[in-house]
Design a protein around this ligand. Structure first.
Ligand code: F6P
Length: 519
C-alpha cells in the first residue's frame, strides 16, 4: 500500500457498507437468502488449491461482497499484496520484508523466484532435509525434543500432530515450550540421553523460556552421562553465533525476513521434516506455494484468502462479532486453534495503523476452539442459544487416516448437522428449546490430511490474516505488544528472592510477597 496510508473507515466503501448493514444487513436472514436464491450455495463456494470452502452460510450477499471488493480496491489491497511478494519492507516498524512465501517457492521451473535470497533458501533447505533424513535413518535416536515457544513451537507442533499418519514409526516427538519446569521435567523423565535429539528452536536465541529450557536440557543430558552435545543438540535460529556460544555446533539458519509465526517453512520446520521426511516436507511446501500463487494471481472475487479476510473485516466491524470459533473435525488438528491464535491475534491484535495513528476500526477478533465433536458437548450450547452469535469455522476432512468402521460418517454428519442447526434453528414457543438460527459459519473441506493439503490450508490462513490486516492498515508482522511483560518479568524475578517490593503498586507488591521465597 502506498503512502499516505488510506484509512479504511474514511473510504466511500466503508460508508456504503455501514449503510448496507443498517438497511439490508440488519434484517438479513440466511434461511430467506437460501429460499430466495437456489444458486446461493454454489455462488458462495470457492475451490482453491487443495481447499474447498463453502462460505454460503455467512451473513453476506452479493451486494456485501461487491462493497467489500470496493473496500479492497480503495484500500489498495492489491498494491500491498504486490509489495509483500516484491519483498518490500512491509514490516516497517522492524524495517523488514515478510518473505515466508519465498521459503515455499520451487527451486526451478514455474513459480521459482529470481530473488537473490532464493539460492541461500534452497541451500539451507537441502542441508536441513539431508540432516532430517540422516536422523530418520539413525535408529539410535528414538526421541526428538523441540524446545521453542510461540512461532518456534506452535506451527511445528500443530503440523507434526496433524500429519501423524505420515510420521516415521519408531520416533517420538515432544514439544516443550513453557518455562514452567513441570513441562520439561515430565518429558525428560521418559528419556535416555543416548536416544534423544534436542532441537533448540528460537529465531532470536534470546527468548527467556527457551533459553531456560535449553540450559536445563543440556544440564540433564550431561548429568545423565551424555557426552556428545554435537550429536544430540541442534539449533534452528537466525542467531547462529548465540547458538554456537551455547555450545551447539549443528545449526540451521534462517533470516530476519521470516516472522516467528510464519517460520514453520524454514529451519524451524525441522521437526516436521524429521517426522514426515524430506519428500513429504517438500510436498508441504508445494501445497503452500500453490496457495501463494492462488493468492497472488487469482482475481479478488474468486480469491479464497481475500474473500475470508474481507469477511473477517465485515464481521468484526459491521456485524460486531468479537470472536471466531475454530472447529476442526479431525482429532489430528487439535493444535490448530492454538496455532491460529498466534497467527491472527499476534499479527492483527494491534491498536495503531502502519503510520502509528490510533485505529478507528476494530482489529483482530478472539480466536478459540476445540476439535469436533468434543466442542459440541462443551460450549456449543452457547453457540446455539447464547445471547451473542459467534461465527464458526468447520474444518472437515473427507477421508480418514484410520480404518475403524463407522466413525468417519458419524464425525462428518456431526460437522454438517452443526452448521445446519446453527443456520436453520428451531422455534419453540416455550422458549427454553428455541434455537434462533441464522447463526453464521464457514465450512472448509480437505480431501485428506496430507502434507500438501495442510501446507495449502495453512498458507490460506496466513494470507487471510494479511488481507484483513491490510484493509485495517495494520502492520501484521510486528509484535511489540509482547515486550512489556517480558521486561517486567525480568524486574520481578529477583524480587521474588529478595522480597524487595520498592516502587511496586500494592497489588503487585502483595503478590511478590505471597509467592516469593520464604526465609
Ligand atoms: O514473545 C513473542 C515472540 O517473539 C513470538 O513472536 C515468537 O514466535 C516467539 O516469541 C518466540 O521467539 P523466538 O523464536 O525468537 O524464540
Amino acid at each position: 500500500m502506498t503512502d499516505p496510508l488510506i484509512r479504511c473507515d474514511e473510504t466511500a466503501a466503508w460508508a456504503a457498507l455501514r449503510d448496507h448493514q443498517q438497511t439490508a444487513g440488519a434484517a438479513f436472514d440466511l434461511r430467506q437468502a437460501f429460499a430466495a436464491d437456489a444458486g446461493r450455495a454454489q455462488a458462495l463456494s470457492l475451490q482453491a488449491p487443495h481447499v474447498f470452502a463453502d462460505l454460503s452460510k455467512n451473513l453476506w450477499d452479493a451486494r456485501t461482497q461487491a462493497l467489500l471488493l470496493q473496500l479492497a480496491a480503495e484500500c489498495g489491497l492489491q498494491a500491498h499484496r504486490d509489495a509483500l511478494f516484491a519483498g518490500e519492507p512491509v514490516n516497517a516498524t522492524e524495517g523488514r520484508a515478510a518473505m515466508h512465501w519465498l521459503l515455499r517457492a520451487p527451486a526451478a521451473g514455474p513459480g521459482a523466484s529470481a530473488r537473490p535470497e532464493a539460492a541461500e533458501v534452497q541451500a539451507t533447505l537441502q542441508a536441513m532435509l539431508a540432516y532430517a533424513e540422516q536422523v530418520r535413518a539413525d535408529h539410535t535416536i528414538t526421541d526428538v525434543v523441540n524446545i521453542g515457544i510461540g512461532g518456534s513451537d506452535l506451527g511445528p507442533q500443530m503440523a507434526v500432530k496433524a500429519l501423524a499418519e505420515h510420521v516415521a514409526p519408531g520416533k517420538h516427538f515432544h514439544f516443550v515450550s513453557n518455562v514452567d519446569g513441570h513441562e520439561l521435567d515430565a518429558v525428560l523423565k521418559a528419556l535416555a540421553p543416548e536416544h534423544t535429539l534436542f532441537l533448540i528452536a528460537s529465531k532470536t536465541f534470546t527468548t527467556a523460556e527457551t533459553m531456560a529450557n535449553a540450559q536445563s536440557a543440556k544440564r540433564w543430558y550431561q548429568q545423565s552421562g551424555g557426552n556428545d552435545i554435537a550429536g544430540h543438540f541442534a539449533a534452528l535460529t537466525t542467531n547462529v553465533a548465540a547458538a554456537r556460544s551455547f555450545g551447539i555446533e549443528t545449526t540451521f539458519g534462517f533470516w530476519d525476513w521470516v516472522g516467528g509465526r510464519y517460520s514453520m517453512w524454514s529451519a524451524i520446520g525441522l521437526p516436521i521434516a524429521l517426522a514426515i521426511g524430506a519428500e513429504n516436507f517438500r510436498a508441504f511446501l508445494a501445497g503452500a506455494h500453490a496457495m501463494d500463487e492462488h493468492f497472488r494471481t487469482e482475481p479478488l472475487a474468486r480469491n479464497l484468502p481475500v474473500q475470508l479476510g474481507l469477511l473477517d473485516v465485515w464481521y468484526r466491524n459491521f456485524k460486531g462479532f468479537g470472536s471466531r470459533s475454530i472447529a476442526p473435525y479431525h482429532a489430528a488438528l487439535n493444535r490448530l486453534p492454538a496455532y491460529l491464535q498466534q497467527l491472527e491475534m499476534e499479527s492483527n491484535g494491534k491498536r495503531v495503523d502502519r503510520a502509528g495513528r490510533p485505529l478507528a476500526v476494530a482489529s483482530s477478533p478472539v480466536l478459540w476452539g476445540e476439535p469436533g465433536t468434543n466442542g459440541q458437548h462443551a460450549y456449543f450450547q452457547m453457540l446455539h442459544q447464547g445471547t451473542e452469535g459467534v461465527p464458526l469455522e468447520f474444518i472437515a476432512v473427507r477421508e480418514a487416516a484410520h480404518g475403524l468402521p463407522g466413525h468417519q460418517p458419524k464425525l462428518l454428519a456431526n460437522a454438517i448437522a452443526q452448521a445446519q442447526a446453527l443456520m436453520v434453528g428451531q422455534p419453540d414457543p416455550g422458549g427454553h428449546k428455541d434455537f434462533p438460527g441464522n447463526r453464521p459459519s464457514s465450512f472448509f473441506v480437505l480431501e485428506r490430511l496430507t502434507p500438501e493439503t495442510l501446507g495449502a490450508f495453512i498458507a490460506m490462513y496466513e494470507h487471510r490474516v494479511f488481507t484483513s490486516g491490510a484493509i485495517c492498515g495494520i502492520n501484521s508482522f510486528d509484535q511489540w505488544g509482547v515486550e512489556l511483560g517480558k521486561v517486567l518479568a525480568r524486574d520481578i524475578e529477583p524480587r521474588l528472592a529478595t522480597g524487595d517490593v520498592a516502587g511496586l503498586d500494592a497489588s503487585t507488591a502483595a503478590l511478590v510477597q505471597r509467592l516469593g521465597h520464604k526465609a
